[in-house]
Design a protein around this ligand. Structure first.
Ligand code: HEM
Length: 491
C-alpha cells in the first residue's frame, strides 16, 4: 500500500463568475499558475471533477489513452448543461478502436479537398447574405444577417437537409445548448425530436442515397461493416449540432475583435492574404467558451500537474486556458498576427480534435474576408451595443448585435479571393504566422524556458476556492460570444 497521502485539493466553482465581454476569466490564469489541475464543481452532474488548464497537461489528457470518454457513458458526469448533450452512441463519447473506425469514415467527408469544393458555394452564400444586409441598411445585425445563417446553411448543404426544415433544426440544436435548469425539459424534448428526425432521414438516405454526406456515410463500408442505423442517425445529429453554432459564435466574435482592434484590422486590410494566418491567431486569442466541454474519465490513477487523479474521476480540460499559456505562446494576452507558429487548441486537441476544422476555417476565411473587403466602413461598435440581448438560452439568432457599417460595391473585377496576387504597391505581409499543423499530425511547438504562466490579469482577481455554489443557469457558460446577456457587460 502506498504511504503517500494526498492533501484534499480546494474546490472551485466552474464556470467562474467573470463578466467581461470577450476576455478570458482571470481566474483561469490564476489556476494555470497555482493549481494547474484543480478540483471543480459544476452546475449539473454528480460530484466534482478535475480541471486541467496548462497546455502541456491538456495535451496529455487529450492524447493519453488513460483518459477515456467511453468510461463516462451511463454516469451523471459534472457538466454545464442540465441535460447531457452527447448521446451514448455519439462519436465524441467513443474511444479507439471503435472511435477510430467511425472517425475515419466521417473524416472522408471533411478533407481539405472536399471542403475546398464548397468554397464557391460558401462565397455565393456570403455574397447573397451580405447583399441582403446591405439592402437592410445600416446599422445592421451581423448575427441575424450573417453569422447565424452561414454555418447552418453550409452544414445543411453538406447533409442535404431541406431548406424548409432548417429553422426547426436550428431551434432543436440550440435548445440542447441551453444551460438553465428550466431548460432541461425543452432540451430533452429537442434531443428526442432531433433523433427522430434523423432516424427517419437516414433510413430514407439508405434506401435512396443521394450526393450528400449522410448518403455517403450510409453506404460507406469499413471492411464489410456499414454504420448501423442508430450510429448513423446520431452521427448526423452531432454533425448538425456541432457544425453550426460554433462557427456562428466565432464568426461574430472574430469580426467584433477585429473591429475593436483597429491596428490589427488595418494591417489585415492592407494585406488580406494574411487572413488565414490572422484567423488562427484570432481563434487562439478569443475565449470560445466560458466553461468546458465533455469530461473524460481516468481509467487508472494518473499523476498530473502535481496531483493524483484517481481511477474513475472525471477530468475536464480548458482549451481556452491552454491557448493563453505563456509556456507556449509568448505574451499570450496580446493579439499578435506576427506570432510564430504554434498549434492553438480552439478546435480541441488529440483524439477528439474537431472534425470540421477545415470547414470552419474556410467559412471564416470567406466570411471575414468578404465582409472586410466589401464593407471597409464597418465601424467599431461599442461593447455594450454588441452585447445587448436576451438571456443566453435563446441562441445567437435572437441576440441582436447592432452593427454599424456601410457596404460598398465589391472591388472592380470582383472580390479578391484569398491567394490571388496582391495588387501592385500593396505592402507585403509582415507576419509570418502560419496555422499550426493539426494535432497528432505534426510537430509540437517547442516549450520556451520562460514560465510566466499567469497573464497580468490573473492577479487582479483574488477569488478563493470554495466559493458558495453559483445559482445554476445564469448566463450561457457553454459558449461565449457577442450575445452575452446584459449582466455580463462592461459598465
Ligand atoms: C469555429 C468553429 C468550430 C470550433 C471552435 C470547434 C471546436 C470544437 C471543439 C473544441 C471540439 C471538441 C474537442 C473535444 O471533444 O475535446 C470539436 C469537436 C467536433 N467538431 Fe468542431 N468546432 C467548430 C466547427 C465545427 C464544424 C463546422 C463542424 C462540422 C461538422 C464541427 C464538427 C465537430 C465534430 C463532429 C466534433 C467531434 C469530434 C470527435 O469527437 O471526434 N465543428 N469542435
Amino acid at each position: 500500500m502506498s504511504a503517500h497521502v494526498q492533501q484534499p485539493a480546494p474546490t472551485w466553482d466552474c464556470p467562474f463568475d467573470h463578466t467581461q465581454a470577450l476576455e478570458p476569466d482571470p481566474l483561469l490564469g490564476r489556476l494555470r499558475a497555482e493549481a494547474p489541475v484543480a478540483r471543480i464543481r459544476m452546475p449539473y452532474g454528480d460530484g466534482e471533477a478535475w480541471l486541467v488548464t496548462r497546455y502541456e497537461d491538456v495535451r496529455t489528457v487529450t492524447t493519453d489513452r488513460r483518459f477515456s470518454r467511453a468510461a463516462g457513458i451511463g454516469r451523471d458526469l459534472p457538466r454545464m448543461t442540465p441535460d447531457a448533450i452527447a448521446q451514448p452512441e455519439a462519436i465524441n463519447l467513443m474511444d479507439p478502436p471503435a472511435y477510430s473506425r467511425l472517425r475515419s469514415l466521417v473524416a472522408k467527408g471533411f478533407t481539405n479537398r472536399q471542403v475546398e469544393q464548397l468554397r464557391p458555394k460558401t462565397q455565393h452564400t456570403v455574397d447573397t447574405l451580405l447583399d441582403e444586409m446591405a439592402e437592410h441598411g445600416s446599422p445592421a445585425d451581423l448575427v441575424h444577417h450573417l453569422s447565424a445563417r452561414l454555418p447552418l446553411t453550409m452544414i445543411c448543404e453538406m447533409l442535404a437537409l431541406p431548406e424548409a426544415d432548417r429553422p426547426r433544426l436550428r431551434r432543436w440544436a440550440m435548445a440542447q445548448m441551453a444551460t438553465g435548469p428550466a431548460d432541461r425539459a425543452e432540451s430533452a424534448r429537442a434531443k428526442t425530436e432531433l433523433r427522430a428526425y434523423f432516424t427517419e432521414l437516414t433510413a430514407e438516405r439508405r434506401r435512396r442515397p443521394g450526393d450528400d454526406l449522410i448518403s455517403s456515410l450510409a453506404t460507406a463500408r469499413d471492411g464489410d461493416e456499414l454504420l448501423d442505423d442508430q450510429e448513423l442517425a446520431v452521427l448526423a445529429m452531432v454533425l448538425l449540432v456541432t457544425g453550426h453554432d460554433t462557427s456562428t459564435y466565432q464568426l461574430s466574435n472574430i469580426t467584433y475583435t477585429l473591429l475593436t482592434h483597429p491596428p490589427q484590422l488595418a494591417a489585415l486590410r492592407a494585406a488580406p492574404e494574411l487572413l488565414p494566418a490572422a484567423l488562427e491567431e484570432l481563434l487562439r486569442f478569443i475565449p470560445f467558451r466560458q466553461g468546458v466541454g465533455i469530461a473524460r474519465v481516468a481509467t487508472e490513477d494518473v499523476e498530473l500537474g502535481g496531483v493524483t487523479i484517481r481511477a474513475g474521476e472525471p477530468v475536464h480540460v480548458s482549451y481556452l486556458a491552454a491557448n493563453r499559456d505563456a509556456e507556449v505562446f509568448e505574451n499570450p494576452d496580446e493579439l499578435d498576427f506576427a506570432r510564430p507558429s504554434a498549434t492553438h487548441m480552439t478546435f480541441g486537441y488529440g483524439t477528439h480534435h474537431c472534425i470540421g476544422a477545415h470547414l470552419a476555417r474556410m467559412e471564416l476565411q470567406v466570411a471575414v474576408g468578404t465582409l472586410l473587403l466589401a464593407s471597409p466602413n464597418c465601424a467599431s461598435p461599442s461593447p455594450r451595443a454588441n452585447s445587448t440581448g436576451t438571456p443566453a438560452r435563446s441562441g445567437a439568432t435572437r441576440r441582436r448585435s447592432r452593427w454599424p457599417g456601410e457596404r460598398r460595391a465589391a472591388p472592380a473585377g470582383g472580390r479578391r479571393a484569398h491567394g490571388d496576387p496582391v495588387p501592385a504597391g500593396r505592402r507585403r505581409p509582415r507576419a509570418r504566422h502560419h496555422p499550426g499543423p493539426d494535432p497528432g499530425a505534426g510537430p509540437y511547438p517547442a516549450r520556451r524556458p520562460s514560465p510566466t504562466p499567469a497573464g497580468p490579469a490573473a492577479d487582479r482577481e483574488h477569488r478563493g476556492p470554495d466559493q458558495a455554489p453559483r445559482p445554476a443557469g445564469r448566463g450561457d457558460p457553454a459558449t461565449s460570444g457577442l450575445h452575452r446577456p446584459e449582466r455580463r457587460l462592461r459598465p
